[in-house]
Ligand binder design. Structure first.
Ligand code: C5P
Length: 315
């Protein structure tokens, strides 16, 4: 009988993204306010054999509920694949070989940490797998593996709303009142995260006005007040400049989207545009309008904060 472990993890938008100087390890220090939304990736681990030593993953298949990228992403370099191998190796437990299935609901290379969400869901799923055949890893070890896979993966594990410092992987939960209602628009022109950070460094050489925004105090107070207008006014993203420079069409998308909701910003490194709306009805209305206006772009509504990666079912 085929057994199955199903887990999910949220996409995210950065409510604040302050990017400091480049560090010697190729990363940048951040002051980031991550906010998880209820657009979730689903990862299934399927297995029917007996435990064996050696690599845990047999194959991987992604089903796209968003636009499919040109290149095949189902290989050993995929973060979900690497996450499963890392957990099984660290736990030192023999498990049956698994097939990974990913249902992709978060845009690929969109600035919403979809790949990190796949990794986070795969981490909790493989820890549940390990628990079936031995002892599961403690939370701290999962977090360590998460940080080694990518700077956004620890937040995908944690979810909610959180202040991230360091590479964005040192996290503290933040207080917030009420729900935030969003529309997300993907202009289908993926941006490479590393490329966006590197371009920001270049742009800063020529433009000293592009200062790092390392203070999220106003946003933090706005979140605890629960006042959407105040949250909207406090949203900020240092990576917006490179995103606009790489994809000039985003200027128009931001303009139109900002009119449709309270405020539009680039999500993470982009190109996804996140539109904060007053409530769920406004978000639905704005989404319909934007889908008509930008024929061919992908548009969906989501709300946050949403919970982090979790196992949904063990069958
Ligand atoms: O950690 P992750 O693989 O998601 O990061 C992708 C790239 O984004 C890194 O290789 C780095 O170039 C850039 N990055 C950065 N500073 C961060 C996070 C990411 O420069 N804090």
């Amino acid at each position: 009988m085929t057994r199955e472990i199903v887990a999910s993890a949220p996409g995210k938008v950065n409510l604040h993204l302050g990017v400091g100087e480049a560090r010697t390890d190729g990363y940048h220090d951040l002051v980031s306010v991550f906010h998880a939304v209820d657009r979730r990736e689903v990862v299934r681990l399927l297995y029917d054999g007996t435990p064996v030593a050696g690599p845990a993953v047999e194959s991987m298949r992604t089903t796209f509920f968003v636009d499919e990228p040109d290149e095949d992403i189902d290989g050993p370099n995929n973060l979900a694949w690497r996450a499963v191998e890392a957990v099984v190796a660290r736990a030192g437990v023999a498990v049956p070989r698994v097939r990974i299935e990913v249902d992709k609901h978060v845009f690929v290379a969109g600035g919403m940490a979809g790949g990190s969400a796949d990794a986070a869901a795969a981490l909790v799923a493989s820890n549940a797998l390990v628990a079936e055949f031995g002892e599961a890893l403690p939370e701290e070890e999962l977090l360590e593996i998460a940080a080694s896979l990518g700077a956004d993966v620890p937040f995908s594990l944690m979810g909610g709303t959180a202040l991230g410092t360091g590479r964005g992987d040192k996290l503290v939960e933040m207080l917030s009142r009420g729900r935030l209602h969003w529309v997300f628009i993907n202009p289908k022109i993926g941006i490479n995260t590393g490329g966006a950070f590197a371009l920001l460094d270049d742009l800063r050489h020529g433009n000293p006005a592009l200062l790092p925004h390392m203070d999220a105090t106003e946003l933090s107070q706005a979140l605890t007040s629960g006042d959407v207008a105040r949250v909207a006014a406090a949203l900020h993203n240092d990576l917006e400049a490179p995103a606009l420079s790489m994809r000039p069409v985003l200027k128009r998308v931001l303009g139109v989207a900002g009119e449709a909701g309270r405020r539009a910003i680039v999500s993470g490194s982009g190109p996804t545009v996140a539109v904060l709306c007053d409530d769920a009805d406004d978000a639905r209305f704005a989404a319909e309008h934007l889908a008509e206006r930008f024929d061919g772009y992908e548009v969906f509504v989501a709300e946050g904060p949403d919970h982090g990666a979790q196992v949904e079912r063990v069958i």
